[in-house]
Design a protein around this ligand. Sequence first.
Ligand code: ATP
Ligand code: MG
Length: 254
Amino acid sequence: MKEEKQAILSVNNVVMDFKIGGKSILSKKKTLRALNDITFDLYKGEALAIVGESGCGKSTICRVAMRFYNPTSGTMTFENNDIHKLKARDLKYYRQKVQMIFQDPFSSLNPLHNIYYHLERPLKLYHPSDKVTMKKQMDEYLTLVGLVPPEEQGSKNPHQLSGGQRQRAYLARILSVGAEVIFADEPTSMLDVSIRLGILNLMNKLKKENNKSFIYITHDIATARYFADRIIVLYAGHMVEWGDVNKVIVNPKG
Ligand SMILES: Nc1ncnc2c1ncn2[C@@H]1O[C@H](COP(=O)(O)OP(=O)(O)OP(=O)(O)O)[C@@H](O)[C@H]1O
Ligand SMILES: [Mg+2]
C-alpha cells in the first residue's frame, strides 16, 4: 500500500516471529509468525485504520513500532530513518514524535499525580522554558483536548476524571511530548459507548487541524469508516485487504 507521496512512517515487508513453548525438555520450541510481509506507508495528517479479529497481529505492529521487538525481517522507517537502528539523539527525537495511546485509560496515568504534573514533566524534558510559559502551554493543551476549564481539570488526579477524560488527558500528555504520529490501539473500546464518539471527534480534530497522523487499531469497522482515510484488514498476520476506507468497506473482496 504505497503511493508516490512522501511518507512520514513507512513499513517495509515486516515479518515478526515469536518463539513459543519449549519450556520443558519434552516440548520443542515452535515459531509463531505474528506478522507476515506487512507493508504500508503513513502520510502526514492521515488516519490509517488497522482492523481484524483478535490475535491477527494488530498490537504487534504497534509494539514493533515502539521498539519492544526488532522485526525478524523487514524494516520500519520514520522520516526515512530505520526505527530499529536509531541511536542517542535520533532515538530521543523518535520517542518524542511517535507516541502510543492505549486501550486502558486507567493504567496510562500515574494515580499519585495530578494532570498538570503529567504535562509538566515532558515539557521540562523536551521543551524547557520558564514557569509562566509552561503553565500557559499546559493550559493550551488541556483546552485543545477539551479538558476545560484547564485550571480545574489540570489540578485533578486521574481518579477524579472519567475514562473519556483520562483518554483526553493522556492525549494532552503525548501532545506535550511532541507527538506527530500516534498509534491508537483500541483507544475507545473500554469507554462507555456514549463517550466514544467524543474521543474519535477529538482525534479527528487533531488530524485535520493539527496535522497529526494516526494508526487507528480497532475491531469496529463503523468507527474505522468514521475516522480513517485508509484501512488495512489483517488476517492471521497477513494484509488481506487495503485501500481507501470507503472502497474497502463498501466493496470488500470477498
Ligand atoms: N511476546 C509474544 N510472544 C509470543 N506470542 C506473541 C507475543 N505477542 C503476541 N503474540 C502472538 O501474536 C499474535 C498476534 O497478537 P496481537 O497481540 O498482535 O493480536 P491483536 O490483533 O492485537 O489481538 P487483539 O484484538 O485481541 O488485541 C497472537 O497469536 C499472539 O498470541
Ligand atoms: Mg491488540
